[in-house]
Write a protein that binds this ligand. Sequence first.
Ligand code: 5GP
Length: 128
Amino acid sequence: MSAYDRNNVFAKILRGELPCKKVYEDEFALAFHDINPLAPVHVLVIPKGEYVSQADFGATAPPELATGFWRAVSKVARDLGLDTEGYRIVANHGPNGGQLVFHFHVHIFGGRQMSHAMRSMPKADSQG
Ligand code: 5GP
């Protein structure tokens, strides 16, 4: 895993150097709308700390931050009114996971029926 790059776009948002449409903030996490939404609700939640991805965060974040971060994810989804109808959370890790921004983040998707995308994923031996 490569080292954390302090110039990544989410680091700049955290430092207030780039704008975002903020949904929620506390001492552990910041949540804001994705710039290119893929669902009626598409919010990103990022931890306040320098973590490249879920692998990094899960292995090295202090317990208080890890708990605070996941509580924030739950609260954001609840406050967005998604609990009853349901939602999807996604965290992409590394190139095969399709990660584009290397500051750990969780996507919250809601507001419509999600496809069963995993059923249409390429087979293990496929090149596609
Ligand atoms: P990843 O593939 O790394 O899990 O997803 C990164 C997400 O960040 C993408 O959904 C992309 O639309 C979003 N994103 C990239 N740059 C910005 C930005 O400057 N502002 C916001 N709000 N979202 C961004």
